[in-house]
Write a protein that binds this ligand. Structure first.
Ligand SMILES: O=C(O)CCC(=O)C(=O)O
Ligand SMILES: [Fe+2]
Length: 201
């Protein structure tokens, strides 16, 4: 991997462009797009139907459970590709993850709304590593208290690091972008504290 670490003006965020080169990105993107088992994006909670504006899967080590926006995600096993990527991200960062949320934005109409990844299962210091494959999209963020806001462009192969304070102070989103016609797959590696443990690390 020949990538360089680029800081952003925001100390809680770091973008590492070319964590994967163009050839690797194409291989990984194609594989995720065509070989990954994408579920339906309609789901029912308490008798009401919701439509997720993207497709999503969740993969974790045995025994790891996670609710995202109050929905308990169905846990899948790691695929060989996701495991390989996990090892590469872990060895680069020297940080260990036990789960990954995989999002497919089929085109620029798919999005994720404003949120912070601060669920209690992530502990008090949630460190998230996020990889982009496919179309470039904007990653927007806004401060929870002040009016400050920012954006970074996430290109295919970029690794975005969200340090723990990012979730404490900012909300983030990937907005609709009608100029984008291609798909994008995003992987967010997370460390979920197993149920029954305390949040000390
Ligand atoms: O697609 C992205 O870059 C961000 C996804 C995200 O925020 C999430 O899955 O929590
Ligand atoms: Fe997020």
């Amino acid at each position: 991997m020949t990538c360089s670490r680029n800081s952003t003006p925001w100390p809680e965020l770091e973008v590492i462009n070319n964590f994967y080169d163009a050839v690797e990105c194409e291989r990984i993107y194609r594989c995720l797009l065509h070989e990954h088992q994408w579920p339906d994006n309609r789901y029912v909670v308490a008798g009401r139907q919701f439509i997720l504006p993207r497709l999503q899967t969740w993969h974790a080590d045995p025994g790891i459970r996670y609710s995202y926006s109050n929905n308990l995600l169905q846990t899948r096993a790691w695929t060989p590709l996701l495991s390989d990527i996990r090892v590469q991200v872990e060895s680069y960062l020297n940080i260990f993850f036990n789960s990954v949320l995989v999002n497919l934005y089929r085109n620029g109409d798919d999005y994720v709304g404003w949120h912070a990844d601060n669920e209690p299962e992530l502990g008090e210091q949630p460190f998230i590593a996020s990889l982009t494959f496919g179309a470039e999209r904007q990653f927007a963020f806004r401060h929870k208290k002040s009016s400050e806001q920012g954006r970074v462009s996430l290109r295919s192969g970029a690794l975005l690091i969200m340090r723990p304070n990012f979730q404490h102070h900012w909300l983030h989103s990937v907005p609709i972008d009608q100029n984008v016609t291609e798909g994008r797959v995003n992987l967010t590696f997370r460390k979920v504290i197993p149920a029954g443990s305390c949040f000390l690390d």
